[in-house]
Design a protein around this ligand. Structure first.
Ligand code: GLP
Length: 265
């Protein structure tokens, strides 16, 4: 894993937006895997600004979101479809018909997963998957003990995730306990992965992911098996890492290799 540590969440967002911009520069018709949650909001806002400034187009981009709550219609304010429309899609030049979010309101939610996987395959697979991380180490809604070989399916949320995500819902409002989520194996098949984490509440999950054993108890640790994962975090989320000087040293060396031998993108 490539570990990039910035002073604060604003710098994390800028660096993440640089990363996504570079991906679209390299391949304007990229297939992007996108995440919801509070962490990527600033990154999406930065991408919107770049689009408005005329330097970034999503016209040829296809997207697949990681997950959706079961039981929320797409136009529900708390649905992940609404989140994506509001924070990114409605503000850029993307073709909405090429944006995909699992249908949490399907008559038969069991059928959604295999169909979603087939649509990802038909699009040629995901070029760059953006991820956040839950305080319990989940990625998408793959909760601890999720199979590392899992594919898109229904998952039951843990009490911890239910509580963490309750801040988005009004008191007394229906909050789903089930979600449809890409599996860990689905995520690992993306060609590149970009994971973002900010804030002290993510510090334990981050150290478990980067320096812990590969285990279903920390689903994000499965990313250790991915060839091209970049982790961009702020100081607070990095605070429990023990090999920090090494990560900085690696980045310095990579810069030198790039300067000498070119960008291996
Ligand atoms: C949800 C999403 C995840 C996200 C996580 C963290 O559970 N399913 O994809 O990474 O929240 O959210 P936040 O960025 O708000 O901490």
């Amino acid at each position: 894993m490539e570990i990039i540590i910035h002073a604060d969440a604003t710098q994390v967002a800028t660096r993440a937006a640089d990363f996504i911009t570079a991906q679209l520069g390299h391949k304007p018709d990229s297939v992007l895997g996108l995440a919801t949650g509070s962490t990527p909001v600033a990154t999406y806002a930065d991408l919107v600004r770049r689009h408005q400034a005329g330097s970034l187009s999503f016209a040829q981009v296809t997207t697949f979101n990681l997950d959706e709550y079961v039981g929320l219609p797409p136009d529900h304010p708390q649905s992940y479809r609404s989140f994506m429309n509001k924070n990114l899609f409605d503000q850029v030049d993307i073709d909405l018909s090429r944006t995909h979010v699992p249908d949490g309101n399907a008559e038969n939610p069991v059928e959604v997963g295999p169909a979603y996987e087939a649509t990802i395959d038909a699009a040629g697979g995901i070029d760059l998957q953006v991820l956040g991380i839950g305080t319990n180490g989940h990625i998408a809604f793959n909760e601890p003990t999720s199979s590392l070989g899992s594919r898109t399916r229904i998952k039951t949320l843990t009490e911890q995730t239910f509580k963490d995500n309750s801040r988005s819902f009004e008191a007394g409002e229906f909050q789903p306990r089930l979600a449809i989520t890409m599996g860990i194996q689905t995520i690992l098949e993306a060609r590149r992965i970009l994971l973002l984490a900010t804030g002290a509440s993510k510090a334990q999950a981050v150290v478990d992911m980067v320096e812990g054993a590969i285990t279903a108890s920390c689903p994000a640790s499965a990313l250790q098996m991915h060839e091209k994962t970049t982790v961009i975090i702020d100081e607070a989320a990095a605070s429990k890492l023990t090999l920090r000087p090494y990560y900085t040293w690696v980045l310095d060396q990579q810069d030198q290799i790039r300067d000498t031998f070119g960008n291996p993108w």
